[in-house]
Design a protein around this ligand. Structure first.
Ligand SMILES: C[S@@+](CC[C@H](N)C(=O)[O-])C[C@H]1O[C@@H](n2cnc3c(N)ncnc32)[C@H](O)[C@@H]1O
Length: 283
């Protein structure tokens, strides 16, 4: 099986009955198995009020993990805050794709320095650090709130010493080189944002979604800026929208990179592209 050894999260399926059960379990502290084995168990009034309030929030489209305030990503329990994107299972494809590169760099150099551009909750960087002991990551975001949350998450999962949060507009405040650059940048075309599901449009931060007129602004900026911050032989891995493979590949090729790998997510959509700087023989 393709992901037999991975910690991939089961994709989240929009299932009202499942979500209602998750809310009841979360606020009552009783699992479904316990509810079945102890059907007469009394739920305290405060828990009932919390369940009621949570169900009302969900009916107003707030995603269930935002209500809980945290979400699992690649086996890590990560806090969410107003300016963090809720990390998605699709993004675990980027982690899976980059892990062999990070491990191989550690084997060769004794360490691997990772730059996570638009780190949000810190999801991608922390997942990579959790799997490769001698890797170090800098998580960049333009949002102070996201960086505070990423730093808290790093501490919570015991990776605070290997994770550095840094406020920067993409590469503006980066003055060193990294073995791997990873990013899940905003990539929704601005004109599509109003038509997104209310759960996403009204609760994920716009700055985490809006990729400019054609959705590709961040890829242009990242491909242009990366030469200054990528170590020799380094690798870039980016998440993309399902229909952006050709456009993003073209942007990176024109900026002087070659496509190393294109990977689909569990649903079969193009999701991750991996690039390295072009060699003379690629010309
Ligand atoms: C799609 S979210 C990805 C969050 C996280 N990496 C993940 O995969 O769950 C994009 C992130 O890029 C950040 N961002 C947007 N514009 C930025 C900029 N100009 N410089 C740095 N980060 C930016 C947003 O704040 C957001 O956290």
């Amino acid at each position: 099986m393709r992901f037999a050894r991975s910690r991939l999260t089961v994709p989240y399926i929009d299932d009202p009955a499942l979500e209602a059960r998750m809310i009841v379990e979360h606020f009552s502290g009783a699992s479904r198995a316990e509810a079945i084995s102890s059907p007469n168990r009394l739920i305290p009034a405060e828990a009932l009020a919390a369940i009621d309030a949570a169900l009302r929030r969900r009916l107003a489209h707030e995603p269930v993990h935002r209500i809980f305030g945290h979400r699992e990503f690649y086996g890590l329990d990560l806090l969410l805050s107003p300016e963090t994107l809720e990390p998605r299972p699709d993004t675990e494809t980027l982690v899976e794709t980059m892990l062999p590169v990070i491990s191989e760099t550690v084997a060769r150099k004794g360490e691997c320095r990772i730059l996570d551009l638009g780190t949000g909750t810190g999801a991608i960087a922390l997942a990579l650090l959790s799997e490769v002991e001698r890797a170090l990551a800098t998580g960049v975001d333009i949002s102070e709130d996201a960086l505070e949350t990423a730093a808290l998450n790093a501490g919570r999962v015991g990776l605070g010493e290997r994770f550095t949060p840094l406020r920067s507009d993409w590469f503006a405040n980066i003055f060193e080189r990294f073995d791997a650059i990873v990013s899940n940048p905003p990539y929704i075309p601005a004109k599509h944002i109003d038509n997104l599901q209310a759960d996403v449009r009204d609760f994920d931060p716009r700055r985490a979604l809006d990729g400019g007129e054609d959705g590709l602004d961040a890829y242009r900026l990242i491909s242009e800026g990366a030469h200054r911050c990528l170590a020799a032989g380094g690798t870039i891995g980016v998440e993309i929208g399902y229909d952006q493979k050709d456009a993003v590949t073209g942007i990176f090729q024109r900026a002087g990179y070659r496509l190393i790998k294109a990977v689909r997510d569990i649903a079969g959509n193009d999701r991750v592209l991996m690039f390295q700087e072009s060699r003379p023989e690629d010309a």
